[in-house]
Design a protein around this ligand. Structure first.
Ligand code: NAP
Length: 236
């Protein structure tokens, strides 16, 4: 208990799935947590504040961060978790679904990291953590744009790591494997089971697996850890 006392953490996509697991973990450990999502809050906690924002829309992100700046002296941690997925062969993937993935998964990560870094620069401290995916390495059929976006968030973190190191902001990526969420429900279970069976560690991820690496990247002790990607389950 108390790992994140006096810590302000922003989590995108905090109202469901992995984002909610991470937000609740931060709360349990004493943080003040700001959640961003398109929908209304699903977390009831006096230390939780929710902003409805589409991370793929620059105006929404700027408004949310203006609101955050009004209520909090700084931001210590940002977890870029919000993402959408449409898994479909490239030949028939609707253009608007491809665009939605680029806007949310890639540009959303860019917009949120940039607004957060403007605040972090003033306090000369910050931890930016992108939630990536095994898809970036495994390049599954049907996930051309999704996998490209997830490879893209690794690159974003690595370049931002160079740009933000002058003000002690680290940028890292956690590439997660399959975990039971609404997103996973969209995919054929046989496809996911076959992928998981071939991992060096053949099981689904748990919230604990994810929060363990988030804690590592988010720790003040990880000041010399930046531009790194950790994959769960033995993917490399
Ligand atoms: N689940 C898996 O097996 C798996 C595997 C590998 C990687 N990942 C990655 O893990 C992360 C979390 O996935 P998940 O499975 O928890 O997904 P999820 O259950 O579908 O939840 C996605 C969350 O992101 C939010 N979101 C989506 N688009 C948004 C937008 N444009 N603006 C703001 N918020 C938005 C959603 O908010 P609303 O509720 O308001 O829509 C929701 O809270 C994603 O980055 C995903 O790519 C997941």
């Amino acid at each position: 208990m108390g790992r994140y006392l006096d810590t302000v953490a922003v989590v995108t996509g905090a109202r469901r799935g992995v984002g909610r697991i991470i937000a609740e973990h931060f709360l349990k450990e004493g943080a003040l947590v700001v959640g961003l999502a398109r929908g209304v809050s699903t977390i009831e906690d006096p230390r939780y504040r929710h902003f409805q924002a589409d991370v793929g829309k620059i105006k929404d992100v700027q408004e949310a961060f203006a609101g955050i700046a009004k209520h909090f002296p700084t931001i210590h941690i940002v977890v870029n978790n919000a993402a959408v997925l449409t898994s479909q062969y490239s030949l028939i993937l609707p253009a608007e679904r491809a665009q939605a993935m680029v806007e949310t998964n890639l540009l959303g990560t860019f917009y949120v990291s940039r607004e957060a870094a403007k605040i972090m620069r003033k306090s000369n401290y910050g931890r930016i953590i992108n939630i990536g995916s095994m898809a970036a390495r495994l390049e599954p059929v049907g996930d051309s744009i999704y996998a490209a976006c997830k490879a893209g968030v690794i690159t974003l973190a690595n370049v931002m790591a160079r740009e933000f190191s002058a003000f002690n902001v680290t940028c890292n990526t956690l590439g997660i494997t399959a975990i039971e969420t609404d997103m996973l429900q969209q995919l054929p279970r046989e496809k996911i089971d076959a992928i998981i069976k071939n991992l060096p560690i053949s099981r689904y991820a748990t919230g604990e697996d994810i929060c363990h690496v988030v804690d590592f990247f988010a720790s003040p002790k990880s000041s010399y850890i930046t531009a790194q990607t950790v994959f769960l389950g033995g993917i490399h």
